[in-house]
Design a protein around this ligand. Structure first.
Ligand SMILES: Nc1ncnc2c1ncn2[C@@H]1O[C@H](COP(=O)(O)OP(=O)(O)O)[C@@H](O)[C@H]1O
Ligand SMILES: N[C@@H](CCOP(=O)(O)O)C(=O)O
Length: 322
């Protein structure tokens, strides 16, 4: 049933791959975007904040188009929408901004019409749009998600991240689109490299499931994508090699990059050392970057309420980072 007062949803950022889990493993992060959606007489799209720069505000907008896919799938017609969006997730840096927009659009549109589609269906739709299930799975379900996509359907298991896990991301100022970072990957890999990754990805998932934080550093290494992408991110090769010596439990390129992500024991007394090491290594390569301490987000896409009680910006005030 249509929600005449509209819906307000919050969607987490995500980090994909976590090293060896290329296109399969993702974790939601405590950095968010918000979408307000309401039926309207005439479509109006309002985008707020610097992370929305350059995103269209007409019916070619991704969120609008995906909402229409949901209505079509559910057999209802809602041609005109009022959409508001604000995001703290930096664009095109490997923190899943596109996945959060896709998941947010699917989730909000479905909620607007009374949630006729299951979460499993939304996951299949999101994966078909994004082309890989790792980011969208984490943004939709929260926590750690390991998923398999057969082209039509995604199977997944969601796990609760260990309570001692904290996340440090170092976000370079430059952008690197996922499509560009996929172009440098080889089409074929050797059996040796396949075994290298399967074994580490399996070990990583088991270690995360059982709280074996001591195994994370060795389980997080990768031969499928990081060696090829290292040339796109100055300082990355050195950081992947040495971050553990500076206090990280494990280190990886976040998604397709250029952000680098360290898993850290929140009780560690070496957090400042690690942050300084990561920033200084990038600086030595001439790369300006900012560091941000995050937590795994247990919550995925969430319906916060309706749009009835105030303006979009008033409703999210107090939650946003800036
Ligand atoms: N809220 C949004 N609305 C429309 N398009 C978006 C939105 N957020 C991200 N995108 C699109 O996704 C692109 C970034 O996706 P991608 O290269 O996969 O990087 P990442 O998802 O890691 O930020 C942006 O350049 C933009 O085209
Ligand atoms: N598995 C994908 C993940 C891309 O993540 P993003 O956050 O950079 O969009 C890949 O490694 O290409």
């Amino acid at each position: 049933m249509m929600q005449p007062e509209g819906v307000l949803v919050r969607i987490p950022a995500s980090t994909a791959n976590l090293g060896p889990g290329f296109d399969t493993l993702g974790m939601a992060l405590s950095l968010y975007s918000w979408i307000g959606m309401k039926e309207a007489r005439q479509t109006v799209i309002r985008l707020y904040g610097s992370e929305m720069e350059g995103i269209p505000t007409d019916k070619s907008n991704l969120v609008y188009k995906i909402a229409q896919m949901v209505f079509c799938e559910a057999g209802v017609q809602v041609p005109e929408l009022e959409i508001s969006m604000y995001s703290d997730i930096p664009l095109t840096r490997g923190l899943g901004s596109s996945a959060s927009a896709i998941v947010g659009a699917l989730f909000a549109a479905n909620a607007l019409i009374g949630s006729p589609l299951t979460e499993a269906k939304l996951f299949d739709m999101a994966t078909a749009i994004e082309d890989h299930p790792d980011n969208v799975g984490a943004s939709l379900f929260g926590g750690l998600v390991t998923a398999v996509w057969d082209g039509l359907h995604a199977d997944y298991i969601r796990m609760e991240p260990h309570e001692d896990l904290e996340v440090l991301v170092v976000i370079p100022e430059f952008q690197l689109s996922t499509s560009e970072a996929r172009k440098v990957l080889p089409v074929q890999i050797s059996r040796k490299d396949a075994v290298y990754n399967i074994s580490r990805s399996s070990l990583l998932v088991a270690a995360l499931a059982q709280g074996r934080l001591d195994l994370i550093s060795r389980a997080m290494s990768d031969r499928l994508h990081q060696p090829y992408r290292a040339k796109l991110v100055p300082g990355m090769a050195e950081i992947l090699e040495k971050a553990v010596q500076h206090g990280a439990l494990g280190i990886a390129l976040s998604g397709a990059g250029p952000t680098l992500l360290a898993l850290v024991d929140r009780h560690s007394d070496r957090k400042k050392e690690l942050e300084a090491y990561l920033l200084n290594t990038m600086k030595a390569e001439g790369i300006r970057a900012s560091a941000c301490w995050l937590n795994p987000s247990s919550e995925g896409a969430q319906l916060l309420g309706s749009m009835s009680s105030g303006s979009f910006l008033e409703l999210i005030k107090g939650e946003v980072k800036a």
